[in-house]
Design a protein around this ligand. Structure first.
Ligand SMILES: Cc1ncc(COP(=O)(O)O)c(C=O)c1O
Length: 454
């Protein structure tokens, strides 16, 4: 029997108040460092996504499945560097590669053999023909978008409402628009995410809803002659996890081909995590270009984009793809070790087993307590969505219960689980997590559910 939402929400509010207080009692050194950091960095952090309420937890290090904070707590890490640490922290193989690079020089701005080997490994995993390296996911999507516009000979970019592709201007639209600013659901408006983007830029980015092939078809029928590329995550991962409906990606592929629109898969989060060859492998739909970053680098700054040789070779014909640190030996070495020595077939089996244990166990607890929520299991990646059915596109996200999520974040952090704050993220399990880590996590979750829905 399910417990009425109002009752659960009221209990969640009580848990939130109590656990916030407890959090502040447990983390005085993070608080002090925040007060100091604020004087030298906006929000006291290096990236605004690292900010926290009432303040962020400041970490000192990590090893295996755990991270440690300035107050001396050791947490099981599911945040994992916003999904960058599928290898786990300080993995011996990645450390060895980094030490080797440190000994033999970390930067030349010249291409090394390791970069060539890494490009070959990415080609093998993703079925792509040529690759270029960058230093972040943002740079990967920025370069891929420029390349696609040039190759298609058309300037307008299409993106999905509610998707995040990094912080360059072309994609900084309709990331989390308020529901009253987004326009009609089948034809969303282009809503800027930041101040400082020239108003005219919005003319070059259009927005469509995810999982809606009819809306895409109509937009392409009306404006396809000006649209050069569609950038999308094949599984949306910045509003929880949103799976593509059966047949959707195949239809997107067909429509793009029909209208001469290049299809870019942003696999910054899904690549090498949901399968060795990312969502491209999982669904068997090949984009024209794809973007990678995060977990490919084993914790070093990296990005990559690649795809069809005829498109990538436009780079030899006047399309700029540049960067002093592209392909630097430190990231190349760490990434090659991650992909060839850490994220092995055995590691993927381990991740699949742990993922099912966590997602399945979580769902069982939710059902037993009558809490309306669904879990998603993608091996290394997974999530809880506090809604009675899965999200299909951005507008559904408004129905996700914030209070249950906020209270659980504080509950779990006070019990040594480090998770991404905010219902828009998901968990990442690393190759170094153990069954004991998962079982402890389920115990903590059970305790929370007992309190909000006894
Ligand atoms: C899907 C997706 N694309 C691109 C990016 C940007 O990557 P980065 O933060 O490395 O610039 C992110 C970052 O979270 C992302 O989730």
């Amino acid at each position: 029997m399910s417990v009425p939402n109002q009752v659960i929400d009221q209990r969640a509010e009580e848990v939130l108040t109590q656990e916030r207080r407890r959090f502040e009692e447990r983390t005085p050194k993070s608080k002090a460092l925040y007060e100091r950091a604020e004087a030298s960095m906006p929000f006291g952090v290096a990236s605004s996504f690292q900010a926290g309420d009432p303040y962020p937890i400041y970490l000192t290090g990590g090893r295996g499945s755990r991270v440690h904070d300035v107050d001396g707590h050791s947490y099981i890490d599911y945040h994992n560097g916003f999904g960058s640490m599928a290898a786990g922290h300080a993995h011996p193989k990645v450390r060895a590669a980094i030490e080797k690079a440190a000994e033999s020089g970390t930067h030349f701005a010249a291409t090394t053999k390791t970069a060539v080997l890494l490009a070959e490994e990415l080609k093998r995993r993703f079925g792509i023909e040529k690759v270029r390296f960058t230093n972040s996911g943002t740079e990967a999507t920025m370069d891929a978008v420029r390349l696609a516009r040039a190759a298609a000979g058309k300037d307008i970019l299409l993106k999905m409402e509610g998707s995040y592709h990094g912080h360059h201007d072309a994609v900084m639209y309709s990331i989390i628009p308020s529901m009253d600013s987004g326009g009609p659901s089948e034809r969303p408006w282009t809503v800027p995410f930041s101040r400082g983007i020239p108003a005219g830029e919005a003319d070059f980015t259009k927005v469509v809803p995810f999982n809606d092939p009819e809306a895409l078809e109509q937009t392409l029928r009306e404006e396809g002659d000006q649209i050069g590329a569609l950038i999308m995550e094949p599984i949306m991962m910045n509003i929880g996890i949103v799976m593509p409906l059966p047949g959707y990606l195949e239809r997107v592929r067909e429509l793009c081909t029909e209208h001469g629109v290049l299809l870019i898969f942003d696999e910054v989060k899904t690549g090498v995590t949901v399968a060795p060859g990312g969502a491209t492998e999982l669904f068997g739909v090949q984009p024209d270009l794809l973007c990678l970053a995060k977990s490919i680098g084993g914790g070093t700054p990296i990005g990559a984009f690649g795809g069809r040789a005829d498109i990538m070779d436009e780079i030899t014909k006047g399309v700029a793809a540049l960067g002093t640190f592209n392909g630097n030996p430190l990231s190349m070495g760490a990434a090659l070790a991650t992909l060839t020595e850490v994220l092995t077939p055995d590691a993927y089996q381990h991740l699949a087993k742990l993922g099912t244990r966590l997602a399945g166990g979580t769902q069982e607890i939710l059902d037993r307590h009558g809490i309306k929520a669904v879990t998603t299991d993608l091996g290394c990646k997974g999530s809880i969505t506090f809604r009675d059915k899965p999200i299909e596109s951005y507008r559904d996200f408004a129905e996700v219960d914030d209070s249950l999520f906020d209270a659980y974040w504080f509950w779990s952090v006070n019990r040594d689980l480090y998770q991404t704050p905010g219902k828009e993220e998901q968990w990442t399990i690393s190759a170094q997590h153990s069954e004991a880590d998962i079982d402890y996590t389920l115990e903590v979750f059970e305790g929370y559910c007992e309190l909000v829905a006894p």
